[in-house]
Design a protein around this ligand. Structure first.
Ligand SMILES: [Co+2]
Length: 472
């Protein structure tokens, strides 16, 4: 996970785009930003798409013509007025709406198979003297890959699935539910909207979960997912829950996360982290030094404090967790973006994909491994084939290669494929360095932490915040 340093490169700065003023570092209470991204489409293309399915306001307007079950309460017209109303209103094209829980494949909601883009953020004008960080050929190659229309459309589809599934989480998940119910709810939703249950061999390589669904409570900062056979955790009213899940299509992962709390005590903690993430997104750009992104994130996060049961805590960025670039079938590339000041001179480059995420905490701001295991992923140097003395390890290795490749998975994902008596094989692969295990990451007991995260594309002439929605 080291970051390389590029030297002797001139620096280019990006102005804060004028269309994102409401993202300012001054912070905003939850919900306030609805005014910013209120149309849920964030682009002319999305707004023009009459099948757009992520739009609360429009839901209400077009309910009357909707044929598929709705998430919200029905609006019943007063008798006698209905006729009048109908005449006044120009006839709208019927829009299919996502069900609750989400089960309608996205392809059925977007008949055109064109998916709404994310939020576009501009770059500042390029100073004439600025040199690009990499050789032009390399830069152009990567850039062309991002500009490919099939690639972009698929990536946007993954983001739209993320938005629709998390909308259900935010409206339906309540204290009293178990983390297993919530995780399976998210995963069933993602797979239904992809139209791919991922059960036949190799199908989850085509599309599916990007990594194990993370449901981390309170001082568990990240990397917790329920495992089969373990005592289930019941969500409590006073819990602060980080919901981090990924959707991949052809190995390109949308990595996006948010934090839920049912108690307004934690509003400032959530606001701090949301602000820090948005600040990181604003700062990110082609040829921008990672150290500059980190410094801006830290400053935004540390401008908040939160009062919990009479005691005031500064919101601290977590020192040993980072944002990261995303590669094909790899959630963590080589670049990392810490949330505290550093001297990383590495620059972001055109054509790169980043998961801009931040974590803030009322604890120490330093995480340690917790109990249990979150997930497993093939090591970078894992061989194509193995011939190990343990047969179950060989069998499991083939299953992993065929169904996950280098995507991180968890035990629940193995069991739904029908794997049985695999634990010895799993442990063997880990202890021989073929598989890496990922543990829950904990701050001190009694602390609370939050996370917000978006996937962004550094496109040729603008950033695209793929996973942006009207919620965060
Ligand atoms: Co991430």
């Amino acid at each position: 996970m080291g970051s390389k340093t590029l030297e002797n490169e001139e620096r280019r700065e990006y102005d804060i785009p004028s269309n994102s003023e409401s993202n300012s570092a001054g912070g905003e209470p939850r919900g306030h930003h609805l005014s910013r991204d209120g149309d849920g489409c964030m682009g002319s293309k999305g707004a023009a798409d009459s099948d757009s399915g992520d739009d609360d306001d429009d839901d209400a307007i077009t309910d009357a013509t909707t044929s598929i079950s709705l998430t919200g309460p029905a609006i019943i017209a007063e008798p006698g007025k209905k006729k009048n109303k109908k005449r006044k209103r120009p006839k709208k094209k019927t829009r299919a709406k996502q069900s609750s829980p989400p089960r309608i494949p996205l392809d059925d909601l977007f008949r055109s198979k064109e998916y709404p883009p994310g939020e576009f953020l501009g770059y500042a004008a390029l100073p004439e003297t600025t040199a690009r960080a990499k050789a032009p050929e390399l830069r152009l190659d990567r850039s062309r890959a991002l500009e490919d229309s099939t690639f972009l459309n698929n990536y946007r589809k993954g983001a739209e699935i993320h938005r629709q599934v998390r909308k259900w989480v935010r409206t339906s998940v309540k204290p009293g539910q178990t983390l297993t119910e919530i995780a399976i709810g998210i995963e069933d939703g993602v797979r239904a909207l992809l139209g791919n249950a991922g059960l036949e061999t190799g199908r989850s390589l085509q599309s599916g979960m990007g990594f194990p669904t993370g449901l981390a409570l309170n001082n568990c900062v990240a990397h917790y997912t329920p495992n089969p056979g373990q005592k289930d955790i019941v969500l409590q009213h006073q819990d602060v829950m980080k919901v981090d899940f990924g959707v991949h299509i052809n190995g390109w992962i949308v990595d996006s996360a948010f934090t839920m709390s049912f108690d307004p005590t934690y509003d400032n903690l959530l606001a701090a982290v949301k602000d820090a993430t948005n600040t990181g997104i604003k700062q990110a750009g082609i040829d921008v030094r990672i150290s500059d992104v980190s410094a801006a994130i830290q400053e935004a996060m540390e401008s908040y404090e939160v009062e919990i049961r009479g005691k005031v805590y500064p919101v601290k960025p977590v020192r040993n967790l980072c944002g990261h670039d995303i590669k094909h079938y790899r959630i963590h590339g080589e670049k990392t973006i810490p949330f505290i000041k550093n001297t990383i001179q590495t620059k972001m480059e055109e054509g790169e994909i980043f998961a801009i995420e931040t974590f803030g905490t009322t604890g120490r701001g330093y995480i340690r491994d917790g109990q249990g295991i979150y997930g497993y992923g093939l090591s970078h140097d894992a061989p194509d084939r193995v011939s190990l003395p343990l047969n179950s390890a060989n069998r499991l290795y083939n299953t992993i290669k065929e169904n996950f490749s280098s995507l991180v998975f968890c035990r629940r994902y193995l069991e739904r494929l029908g794997c049985e008596r695999y634990l010895a094989g799993l442990n063997y692969l880990v202890s021989n360095g073929i598989l890496e295990d990922h543990l829950p990451l904990m701050d001190v007991p009694g602390s609370y932490s939050a996370q917000f995260e978006h996937t962004i594309l550094l496109r040729e002439s603008q950033k695209e915040v793929l996973s942006r929605g009207d919620d965060y």
